[in-house]
Design a binder for this molecule. Structure first.
Ligand SMILES: [Zn+2]
Length: 290
Protein backbone atom coordinates (compact mmCIF):
# COMPACT_ATOMS: atom_id res chain seq x y z
CA UNK A 1 0.00 0.00 0.00
CA UNK A 2 2.79 2.36 0.94
CA UNK A 3 4.41 1.56 -2.37
CA UNK A 4 1.17 2.36 -4.17
CA UNK A 5 0.87 5.73 -2.45
CA UNK A 6 4.46 6.55 -3.31
CA UNK A 7 3.81 5.58 -6.91
CA UNK A 8 0.65 7.66 -6.99
CA UNK A 9 2.51 10.61 -5.56
CA UNK A 10 5.26 10.19 -8.12
CA UNK A 11 2.71 10.03 -10.92
CA UNK A 12 0.97 13.20 -9.73
CA UNK A 13 4.30 14.93 -9.44
CA UNK A 14 5.35 13.88 -12.92
CA UNK A 15 2.05 14.80 -14.51
CA UNK A 16 2.03 18.24 -12.84
CA UNK A 17 5.55 18.78 -14.09
CA UNK A 18 4.64 18.01 -17.67
CA UNK A 19 1.50 20.15 -17.73
CA UNK A 20 3.50 23.10 -16.44
CA UNK A 21 5.82 22.62 -19.40
CA UNK A 22 2.86 22.89 -21.74
CA UNK A 23 1.74 26.32 -20.61
CA UNK A 24 2.38 28.44 -23.69
CA UNK A 25 4.79 31.29 -23.24
CA UNK A 26 3.31 34.68 -23.99
CA UNK A 27 4.46 36.77 -26.92
CA UNK A 28 6.94 34.29 -28.38
CA UNK A 29 9.51 36.16 -30.45
CA UNK A 30 10.39 33.47 -32.93
CA UNK A 31 8.93 30.43 -34.60
CA UNK A 32 10.86 27.23 -33.95
CA UNK A 33 11.00 24.08 -36.05
CA UNK A 34 12.11 21.00 -34.15
CA UNK A 35 13.91 18.62 -36.46
CA UNK A 36 13.51 14.85 -36.31
CA UNK A 37 15.26 13.81 -39.52
CA UNK A 38 15.75 10.08 -39.67
CA UNK A 39 19.03 8.51 -40.74
CA UNK A 40 17.16 6.33 -43.25
CA UNK A 41 17.12 9.38 -45.54
CA UNK A 42 19.99 9.76 -48.03
CA UNK A 43 22.49 12.35 -46.79
CA UNK A 44 22.19 14.44 -49.98
CA UNK A 45 18.44 14.73 -49.32
CA UNK A 46 19.05 15.78 -45.72
CA UNK A 47 21.58 18.41 -46.85
CA UNK A 48 19.08 19.74 -49.38
CA UNK A 49 16.29 19.68 -46.80
CA UNK A 50 18.18 22.11 -44.55
CA UNK A 51 19.04 24.35 -47.53
CA UNK A 52 15.36 24.46 -48.55
CA UNK A 53 14.24 25.22 -44.99
CA UNK A 54 16.74 28.06 -44.78
CA UNK A 55 15.55 29.50 -48.10
CA UNK A 56 11.91 29.22 -47.04
CA UNK A 57 12.52 30.89 -43.70
CA UNK A 58 13.99 33.80 -45.61
CA UNK A 59 11.32 33.95 -48.32
CA UNK A 60 8.24 33.50 -46.14
CA UNK A 61 9.21 33.57 -42.47
CA UNK A 62 6.61 32.15 -40.09
CA UNK A 63 5.46 34.80 -37.63
CA UNK A 64 4.96 33.25 -34.18
CA UNK A 65 1.74 33.74 -32.25
CA UNK A 66 0.59 32.62 -28.82
CA UNK A 67 -1.20 29.61 -30.28
CA UNK A 68 1.43 28.67 -32.87
CA UNK A 69 5.14 29.16 -32.27
CA UNK A 70 6.64 25.67 -32.55
CA UNK A 71 6.35 22.75 -34.94
CA UNK A 72 8.12 19.39 -34.81
CA UNK A 73 9.03 17.90 -38.20
CA UNK A 74 9.25 14.12 -38.55
CA UNK A 75 10.95 12.99 -41.76
CA UNK A 76 11.93 9.50 -42.86
CA UNK A 77 12.43 7.25 -45.87
CA UNK A 78 9.46 4.96 -46.61
CA UNK A 79 11.95 2.09 -46.83
CA UNK A 80 11.76 1.95 -43.02
CA UNK A 81 8.56 1.36 -41.07
CA UNK A 82 7.37 4.44 -39.15
CA UNK A 83 10.44 5.12 -36.98
CA UNK A 84 8.61 7.84 -34.98
CA UNK A 85 5.67 5.65 -34.03
CA UNK A 86 6.20 6.43 -30.32
CA UNK A 87 5.66 10.15 -31.07
CA UNK A 88 3.16 10.30 -33.94
CA UNK A 89 1.59 6.85 -34.03
CA UNK A 90 0.59 5.60 -37.47
CA UNK A 91 0.92 8.95 -39.25
CA UNK A 92 2.36 8.50 -42.73
CA UNK A 93 2.60 10.28 -46.07
CA UNK A 94 3.03 14.05 -46.01
CA UNK A 95 0.88 16.45 -44.02
CA UNK A 96 0.50 18.85 -41.16
CA UNK A 97 -1.26 16.68 -38.64
CA UNK A 98 -2.27 17.06 -35.07
CA UNK A 99 -2.33 15.26 -31.78
CA UNK A 100 -1.85 16.30 -28.20
CA UNK A 101 1.78 15.21 -28.25
CA UNK A 102 3.24 18.46 -29.57
CA UNK A 103 3.20 21.83 -27.83
CA UNK A 104 0.90 23.57 -30.34
CA UNK A 105 -0.98 20.35 -31.12
CA UNK A 106 0.48 19.97 -34.60
CA UNK A 107 3.46 18.40 -36.34
CA UNK A 108 4.74 18.00 -39.90
CA UNK A 109 5.00 14.52 -41.40
CA UNK A 110 7.39 13.94 -44.30
CA UNK A 111 7.50 10.28 -45.19
CA UNK A 112 9.41 10.35 -48.49
CA UNK A 113 8.55 7.41 -50.78
CA UNK A 114 11.74 5.45 -51.51
CA UNK A 115 10.95 5.47 -55.26
CA UNK A 116 11.38 9.24 -55.30
CA UNK A 117 15.08 8.80 -54.47
CA UNK A 118 15.45 6.00 -56.96
CA UNK A 119 13.93 8.03 -59.82
CA UNK A 120 15.25 11.37 -58.55
CA UNK A 121 11.76 12.87 -58.57
CA UNK A 122 11.47 16.54 -57.72
CA UNK A 123 8.57 15.71 -55.45
CA UNK A 124 11.10 14.56 -52.82
CA UNK A 125 12.04 18.24 -52.48
CA UNK A 126 8.83 20.01 -53.51
CA UNK A 127 6.89 18.26 -50.74
CA UNK A 128 8.97 20.23 -48.22
CA UNK A 129 7.87 23.51 -49.86
CA UNK A 130 4.28 22.32 -49.98
CA UNK A 131 4.01 21.44 -46.31
CA UNK A 132 5.96 24.53 -45.24
CA UNK A 133 3.45 26.63 -47.17
CA UNK A 134 0.60 25.11 -45.15
CA UNK A 135 2.47 26.21 -42.01
CA UNK A 136 2.69 29.71 -43.50
CA UNK A 137 -1.08 29.68 -44.22
CA UNK A 138 -1.69 28.66 -40.61
CA UNK A 139 0.45 31.55 -39.39
CA UNK A 140 -1.53 34.02 -41.51
CA UNK A 141 -4.96 32.70 -40.60
CA UNK A 142 -6.03 31.37 -37.21
CA UNK A 143 -9.15 29.93 -38.80
CA UNK A 144 -6.98 27.90 -41.16
CA UNK A 145 -4.91 26.77 -38.16
CA UNK A 146 -8.14 25.76 -36.38
CA UNK A 147 -9.50 24.03 -39.52
CA UNK A 148 -12.48 26.35 -39.69
CA UNK A 149 -12.06 26.61 -43.45
CA UNK A 150 -11.71 23.83 -46.00
CA UNK A 151 -11.75 25.56 -49.43
CA UNK A 152 -9.50 22.96 -50.97
CA UNK A 153 -8.76 24.58 -54.34
CA UNK A 154 -7.44 27.71 -52.62
CA UNK A 155 -5.52 25.99 -49.80
CA UNK A 156 -4.12 23.02 -51.73
CA UNK A 157 -4.00 24.95 -55.01
CA UNK A 158 -1.93 27.58 -53.18
CA UNK A 159 0.45 25.10 -51.52
CA UNK A 160 0.88 23.13 -54.76
CA UNK A 161 1.42 26.32 -56.76
CA UNK A 162 3.98 27.53 -54.26
CA UNK A 163 5.94 24.27 -54.47
CA UNK A 164 6.03 24.52 -58.27
CA UNK A 165 7.15 28.15 -58.19
CA UNK A 166 9.96 27.15 -55.82
CA UNK A 167 11.10 24.21 -57.99
CA UNK A 168 10.94 26.39 -61.11
CA UNK A 169 13.03 29.12 -59.49
CA UNK A 170 15.65 26.98 -57.71
CA UNK A 171 16.00 23.96 -60.01
CA UNK A 172 14.90 25.39 -63.40
CA UNK A 173 12.37 22.58 -63.75
CA UNK A 174 8.78 23.24 -64.73
CA UNK A 175 6.87 21.14 -62.21
CA UNK A 176 3.54 22.64 -63.36
CA UNK A 177 3.96 21.37 -66.92
CA UNK A 178 5.46 17.99 -66.07
CA UNK A 179 3.77 16.93 -62.85
CA UNK A 180 0.56 18.96 -62.43
CA UNK A 181 -0.84 18.53 -65.93
CA UNK A 182 -3.76 16.18 -65.32
CA UNK A 183 -6.40 18.89 -65.10
CA UNK A 184 -9.89 17.43 -64.96
CA UNK A 185 -12.64 18.96 -67.10
CA UNK A 186 -14.65 19.40 -63.90
CA UNK A 187 -12.39 22.36 -63.07
CA UNK A 188 -14.25 24.20 -65.80
CA UNK A 189 -17.68 22.55 -65.70
CA UNK A 190 -18.28 22.20 -61.93
CA UNK A 191 -15.52 24.18 -60.17
CA UNK A 192 -17.48 24.30 -56.89
CA UNK A 193 -16.75 20.60 -56.26
CA UNK A 194 -13.12 21.60 -55.57
CA UNK A 195 -14.23 23.51 -52.48
CA UNK A 196 -14.12 20.22 -50.54
CA UNK A 197 -11.82 17.20 -50.48
CA UNK A 198 -14.68 14.71 -50.50
CA UNK A 199 -16.48 16.03 -53.55
CA UNK A 200 -13.37 16.18 -55.75
CA UNK A 201 -11.07 13.40 -54.65
CA UNK A 202 -11.14 11.58 -58.01
CA UNK A 203 -10.80 14.74 -60.13
CA UNK A 204 -7.69 16.25 -58.58
CA UNK A 205 -4.63 14.13 -59.33
CA UNK A 206 -1.57 15.67 -57.61
CA UNK A 207 -3.87 18.70 -57.09
CA UNK A 208 -3.58 19.50 -60.82
CA UNK A 209 -7.18 20.80 -61.05
CA UNK A 210 -6.83 22.94 -57.90
CA UNK A 211 -3.57 24.37 -59.25
CA UNK A 212 -5.24 25.09 -62.58
CA UNK A 213 -8.05 27.05 -60.86
CA UNK A 214 -5.56 28.87 -58.65
CA UNK A 215 -3.42 29.91 -61.64
CA UNK A 216 -6.54 30.91 -63.59
CA UNK A 217 -7.48 33.21 -60.70
CA UNK A 218 -4.03 34.82 -60.91
CA UNK A 219 -4.62 35.33 -64.67
CA UNK A 220 -8.05 36.86 -64.10
CA UNK A 221 -6.58 39.25 -61.52
CA UNK A 222 -3.96 40.39 -64.02
CA UNK A 223 -6.78 41.27 -66.42
CA UNK A 224 -7.92 43.83 -63.83
CA UNK A 225 -4.67 45.73 -64.32
CA UNK A 226 -2.32 44.44 -61.61
CA UNK A 227 0.98 42.78 -62.45
CA UNK A 228 1.90 39.13 -62.02
CA UNK A 229 3.80 39.59 -58.73
CA UNK A 230 0.88 41.51 -57.21
CA UNK A 231 -1.61 38.91 -58.42
CA UNK A 232 0.35 36.07 -56.79
CA UNK A 233 0.72 38.05 -53.57
CA UNK A 234 -3.07 38.44 -53.43
CA UNK A 235 -3.81 34.74 -53.94
CA UNK A 236 -0.94 33.32 -51.88
CA UNK A 237 -0.90 35.77 -48.98
CA UNK A 238 -3.50 38.56 -48.85
CA UNK A 239 -6.48 36.24 -49.05
CA UNK A 240 -5.34 34.24 -45.98
CA UNK A 241 -4.74 37.42 -44.02
CA UNK A 242 -8.51 38.01 -44.11
CA UNK A 243 -8.80 34.89 -41.90
CA UNK A 244 -11.71 33.37 -43.87
CA UNK A 245 -14.09 30.68 -42.56
CA UNK A 246 -16.37 28.16 -44.23
CA UNK A 247 -19.19 30.66 -43.60
CA UNK A 248 -17.68 33.92 -44.88
CA UNK A 249 -15.06 32.89 -47.44
CA UNK A 250 -17.09 34.15 -50.41
CA UNK A 251 -17.44 37.63 -48.91
CA UNK A 252 -13.69 37.74 -48.18
CA UNK A 253 -13.02 36.54 -51.74
CA UNK A 254 -15.04 39.42 -53.12
CA UNK A 255 -13.24 41.92 -50.87
CA UNK A 256 -9.70 40.85 -51.82
CA UNK A 257 -10.19 40.05 -55.50
CA UNK A 258 -12.97 42.53 -56.33
CA UNK A 259 -14.88 39.81 -58.15
CA UNK A 260 -17.41 37.36 -56.81
CA UNK A 261 -16.79 33.62 -56.59
CA UNK A 262 -19.59 33.09 -59.12
CA UNK A 263 -18.01 35.54 -61.54
CA UNK A 264 -14.68 33.74 -61.20
CA UNK A 265 -16.24 30.31 -61.71
CA UNK A 266 -18.02 31.61 -64.80
CA UNK A 267 -14.75 33.01 -66.18
CA UNK A 268 -13.29 29.49 -66.11
CA UNK A 269 -15.57 28.63 -69.05
CA UNK A 270 -13.25 30.79 -71.15
CA UNK A 271 -10.37 28.34 -70.55
CA UNK A 272 -9.63 24.77 -71.58
CA UNK A 273 -8.58 22.25 -68.94
CA UNK A 274 -4.93 22.49 -69.93
CA UNK A 275 -2.28 23.63 -67.45
CA UNK A 276 -0.29 25.15 -70.33
CA UNK A 277 -2.94 27.86 -70.78
CA UNK A 278 -2.45 29.29 -67.28
CA UNK A 279 1.30 28.87 -66.59
CA UNK A 280 3.00 31.72 -64.72
CA UNK A 281 6.10 33.21 -66.32
CA UNK A 282 9.24 31.12 -65.79
CA UNK A 283 11.14 34.19 -64.60
CA UNK A 284 8.81 34.83 -61.67
CA UNK A 285 10.78 35.22 -58.43
CA UNK A 286 9.21 34.42 -55.08
CA UNK A 287 11.13 37.24 -53.34
CA UNK A 288 9.26 39.69 -55.59
CA UNK A 289 5.89 38.18 -54.67
CA UNK A 290 6.13 38.23 -50.87
ZN1 LIG B 1 -1.39 20.08 -48.93
Amino acid sequence: MKKLITLLFLFLFVSCGSSEDEIPETNPTEFTFIYNIHNSLPSDWTDEFYIIMKNLEQLIPIAPSNHFYELPIYAWNSSVDKPYKDKIGDASGASISGNGASVNGKYMVLEIPKEEFQFKQFHRYSVIDHEYFHVYQMSLSKNFFDRNIELKWMSEGGAATFESLYIQQYYSYNYFKNDQNRVDKAAIDTPNIFETYDASKSQDSNYSSSVFMFLALAKELQKTGINENEAFKKVLKDYWLTNPTNQNWKTKFNEVFTMSVDEFYLSLKGYTNDINTVLPSEGLKLENVF
